[in-house]
Design a binder for this molecule. Sequence first.
Ligand code: KG4
Ligand code: ZN
Length: 381
Amino acid sequence: MNILGIETSCDETAAAVVKDGRDVLSSVVYTQIPLHQPYGGVVPEIASRAHVEKISEVVRCAIDAFRASDPDGRIDAVAVTYGPGLSPALIVGLNAAKGLALSLNVPLIGVNHIEAHLHTPFLRDPGDAPPPRPLDPVSCAPALGLAVSGGHTNWFEICSYGEYRTIGQTLDDAAGEAFDKAAKLLGLGYPGGPVVDKIAKAYFAEAGGAGRGDLVPFPQGRPREGVSALAGLPAELCVSFSGLKTALLRYVQRNPSLLDPPAPGEALLEYAPGKTVRRDVARVVASYQEAIVGAIEDRTRAALKTQRFKTLLLGGGVSLNSRLRSAMERVAREAGADLLMAKPKYCGDNAAMIAGLAYYRRAVTGEDALSLDVAPSLEAG
Ligand code: KG4
Ligand code: ZN
């Protein structure tokens, strides 16, 4: 079964065709990041307008690439992200999907964006070597799912595939948001996650073990037991990044020279070809990343102790973070669980994850398809 997926929940316009939930036949992602960069974050109006401008071309490219791989292949259903996300952005994708489903005379499948991120470890490309221990969506359960993105940080218990129960979450900012806000404060640009990751990597490569001993002791976001924001969830499985953000702000206020341009002749740290940063800024950035990764590592370790999970599924843009990936390898190994992570190209927002998960979801037709609405605050499960 070939499903055409469409994703427009935030700042990527994406379309893909996936066969039987796993085999990506085409995947096209147009990222709007350069449009939002001047504002240091996603501007909903700009996002929605750019989706309108690009959606037809992106869908056409995905269908053309699919037809090139399978000239006789047909699209059996159209899937679309209906939430969570920015309402004016979601509407563009949903309307395009409804139009396509109608014109192709196929069913429509609404997909939850967060759940779709947790499907990314199962996506494969033509020519991929088979994994050493093949686990499919059905045989991976019981699984612990960790979705870490710009909008979400959630731990889910997945006892049978497609059924998600939140067992932990952030009480305020998502991990990606925490990275983005820090980068903005330090004048490192948008999005923050990739640049923080690179700077921290360069810092540790240069400072080695000594660098670890020299980190700023930022708080690791452990909420207090009994606070109402926990909404009944255990504190040891939840994070709060707002205190960390404030701690960084205070640190910068106490050390205002961090925001100064480098002094003439100052030896800078090169973190990417031609890109440099002051060493004291790199130390703060590495410390901040360590606090976020440390918090997620600690909560994931605790979550893995709540029952005998067979697998740990990791998805979302922040799962690209190199320190987080090695931390997750560590905790999964300790717990005897298989770690399933997406390929880097499927960590960020894409439509292959939407078309893939849709295979396991209910399709609707006729009136039901036409009346599907966006759900900007949709939860998983
Ligand atoms: O999943 P995603 O593409 O979009 C949402 O659904 O939010 O995630 C985007 C987030 C951004 O906050 C970005 O800073 C973060 O993922 N991100 C990273 C890295 N690459 C992207 N965070 C940490 N380390 C990275 N290497
Ligand atoms: Zn996402």
